[in-house]
Design a protein around this ligand. Structure first.
Ligand code: NAP
Length: 378
C-alpha cells in the first residue's frame, strides 16, 4: 500500500483574497496538504494570526521574503498569490528550485514570461495555473492532440461597465463593484478596464505556447464558462464551473488529480449563456496588451508596470478611470522612443526588473503631467 505523503505548501500573499481561499482549501483537505510557510506584503498582524492558526513558524513580509520562501527546500508546492510584478522574483526562484508553482500572480508571466520559462527549464519546476480561465484551458487541453487545436478563447465577464457608455466619471467605488467575482482591489480595477483580460492573453501565450493570433477573448457576462478550446473541425470544448476561486486553487494543488468539492453550477437557474465581442474602442487596454505581447521582449513588462502605477493613481483619485489606458499607452511610447530596439528585445530577469522600475518612473511622470494639466485648466 502506497503511503500518501502530504504535499507541503508555501503561500505567498497569504493575507489576500486568493491566499485566504487557498488556506480554506488546504484546511478542507488537511489529510492531503499542509502549510509550511506564509508570506504577506505588510500586514504583520493578519500574518501572525494565520501562522498561529496553521501552526506555521516560517513566515515573512515583502518581496525578498517571498523570493526566499519560494526556494525553501521543505516545500513541494509554492502558491504565488502576491499581487503585481512584486511576485516575479519569487516565481523564478520557485521554478529554479524545481517546485510546482501554483500561479495566481499573472503579472509574473506577463512581465517575465521568458525568464519564468527559462527558470523552469533550468530547475525542473512546473507552472500550474490558478487563474480560472487558464485552469479551464489546461483542463480542456488535457489529452487533446495539439495539432487538433485551432485556437483558445478566454472568457471575460465584461466587468461592471459592460453596458455603460460614458466611462469618464467612473469612481473607484464603482470600479471596485465587480458583478461576478470578489477579488483584491488591483485585479478588480483591471477587470473593469478589461486589462485583466489583456494580461491573461499574455499569460496564456506563455503557459500554453500559442501565438497571439490563436488566443481570443469573448465576453460572457454570466462567468459560467471560463475557457474554450476550439478544434480544427469546429468542435469546441467549453469548461464551465461556479464562480468560486477555491475550485481552480484546489485543482492546481492536486493537479492532475481531482478532489471532491461541494459546489455545483445550476444550469436551470442560469437559464442561458450569452457571448458577445469585446468592445476594443471602449476598452483599449485589451488591444494594447495584444500589441505589447506581439512586440515581446520588455514591452509586456513596461505595460504591466505602467498599469500598476496607473491603477493605484486611479484608486488614489489622482487620475480618472479613462486615463488609465492613456497613461499605459504613453508610458510604452515614451520608453520605445528612449530605449534602443536591441535593449527592448531583452527578456532576462535583470532586464525585466530594470524595465519594470523605469516604466514605473515614466508612468508617474505621465500622471503628474496629467494632474498638472487638470490643475491648469481649473
Ligand atoms: N482574487 C482573485 O479572485 C484572483 C483570480 C485570479 C487571479 N488572481 C491574481 O492573484 C494575485 C493576487 O490577487 P488577490 O486578489 O488575492 O490580491 P489581494 O487580495 O490584493 O492580495 C495580495 C496579497 O499579496 C501580498 N503582497 C502585496 N505586495 C507584496 C509584496 N511586495 N511581497 C509579498 N506579498 C505581497 C498582500 O499582502 P498584504 O495583505 O500584507 O498587503 C496580500 O497577501 C494577483 O496577481 C491577481 O491578478 C486573483
Amino acid at each position: 500500500v502506497k503511503k500518501w505523503v502530504k504535499k507541503r505548501v508555501t503561500i505567498l500573499g497569504s493575507t489576500g483574497s486568493i491566499g485566504k481561499q487557498a488556506i480554506e482549501v488546504i484546511q478542507a483537505h488537511s489529510e492531503l496538504f499542509e502549510v509550511v510557510g506564509l508570506v504577506a506584503g505588510h500586514d504583520a498582524d493578519a500574518l501572525a494570526v494565520q501562522a498561529r492558526e496553521l501552526n506555521v513558524d516560517r513566515t515573512g513580509l515583502g518581496s525578498a521574503a517571498a523570493e526566499e520562501m519560494a526556494a525553501f527546500e521543505g516545500a513541494d508546492v509554492v502558491l504565488n498569490a502576491v499581487v503585481g510584478a512584486a511576485g516575479l522574483r519569487a516565481s523564478v526562484a520557485a521554478l529554479k528550485a524545481g517546485k510546482r508553482l501554483a500561479l495566481a500572480n499573472k503579472e509574473s508571466l506577463v512581465a517575465g514570461g521568458d525568464a519564468c520559462t527559462r527558470a523552469a527549464m533550468e530547475g525542473g519546476g512546473e507552472i500550474v495555473p490558478v487563474d480560472s480561465e487558464h485552469a479551464a484551458i489546461a483542463q480542456a487541453l488535457q489529452g487533446v492532440e495539439r495539432s487538433h487545436v485551432k485556437r483558445i478563447l478566454l472568457t471575460a465577464s465584461g466587468g461592471p461597465f459592460r453596458t455603460r457608455t460614458d466611462l469618464s466619471d467612473v469612481t473607484p467605488d464603482e470600479a471596485l463593484a465587480h458583478p461576478t467575482w470578489s477579488m483584491g482591489p488591483k485585479i478588480t480595477v483591471d477587470s473593469a478596464t478589461l486589462m485583466n483580460k489583456g494580461l491573461e492573453v499574455i499569460e496564456a501565450h506563455h503557459l500554453f505556447g500559442f501565438e497571439y493570433d490563436r488566443i481570443d477573448v469573448v465576453v460572457h457576462p454570466q462567468s459560467a464558462v471560463h475557457g474554450i478550446v476550439e478544434m480544427v473541425d469546429g468542435t469546441m470544448l467549453l469548461e464551465a464551473a461556479p464562480t468560486d476561486m477555491r475550485i481552480p486553487i484546489q485543482s492546481a494543488l492536486s493537479w492532475p488529480d481531482r478532489l471532491p468539492y461541494e459546489a455545483n453550477l445550476d444550469l436551470e437557474a442560469l437559464g442561458s449563456l450569452d457571448f458577445e465581442p469585446v468592445n476594443m474602442q471602449k476598452f483599449p487596454l485589451v488591444e494594447i496588451a495584444y500589441e505589447a505581447g506581439r512586440c515581446g521582449g520588455l514591452y509586456p513588462a513596461v505595460m504591466n508596470a505602467a498599469n500598476e502605477i496607473a491603477v493605484q493613481a486611479f484608486l488614489d483619485r489622482a487620475i480618472g478611470f479613462d486615463d488609465i489606458a492613456g497613461v499605459v499607452r504613453e508610458s510604452i511610447d515614451e520608453i520605445a522612443d528612449e530605449v534602443s530596439a536591441e535593449d527592448l528585445a531583452k527578456s532576462d530577469l535583470d532586464a525585466v526588473l530594470h524595465a519594470d522600475e523605469g516604466a514605473r518612473d515614466v508612468a508617474r511622470r505621465m500622471i503628474e503631467k496629467r494632474t498638472r494639466l487638470v490643475g491648469d485648466r481649473s
